[in-house]
Design a protein around this ligand. Sequence first.
Ligand code: DON
Length: 309
Amino acid sequence: MLCQYETELTHMINDVKKFTKDGKVADYIPALATANQNTLAVAVFDGTDTCFSAGQSREKFTLQSISKVLTLALAIMDHGEEYVFSKVGMEPTGDPFNSIIKLESHAPSKPLNPMINAGALAVSHLIKGANSEEKIERLLHFIRMLSGNQTISYNLAVAKSEFETADLNRSLAYFMKQHGIIEGDIEVLLDFYTKQCAIETDCHDLARIGYVLANGGKSTLNNEEIVPMSVARIVKTFMVTCGMYNASGEFAMKVGIPAKSGVSGGIVGSVPNGMGIGIYGPALDDKGNSIAGMKLLEAMSSKYQLSIF
Ligand code: DON
């Protein structure tokens, strides 16, 4: 069975790999610009002992925006749903992930959802910890539990590269500070946020993380609760409505899998009660989503009937 899946996944990769040529590797974070545009890899975990995979599925990449799903879960676990959603909204924006426009045009100036950069910064601000190091250690501990991989850490060079060039995120954060959404030292927040985005995983780690969310927040190792079921439900809802930013509607229609992308080219997918999926394909479309990764998910959804709709 395992071999059959891997053969099928390899065929699907071969079918959609051509789309990598139509995309572009992110370069606004200089350290991401060196990624190999042609890479396309996948791992799938269905709760049994092994992950099945195809392509360069052991290649590491940084989470980038995929981390927003995990900080949202941790922030709700830290503070409860009511407090978190007093700082960030629940509605899709239809705008690019780094847009400032709705912050200014909506009153109060609360970011519309936790998946856009403004919302993610407001959520990262809520993670408990005396300083940035303590916060990142708590987040890493959480991600190691979700993935079952104790070696997961962040890539300091990528974090530094983003920190030094994150002037758009800085402006979003200062804007929100002025409007009372966040408080404290913005440079400390940026330090944490860029480290959070620079956490490194491979497709197998992502597949296991996606599986825990799919499995109502329970670990596959001992069925222990890592995320309360209600929190797993909330984050999967945001994956559906906002996970692919201003492509979320089309993605829901064509693929129908709760998923979250990052500008490194990673995508985590979480098929409720079924499986976790990790994808890596650094060539992005103009909305910042892995161009071939989305095609691969579309092919998988169609072949294995994974749409939740
Ligand atoms: O804040 C940023 O711009 C990046 N660290 C993360 C953005 C991102 O991954 C958007 N995803 N598709």
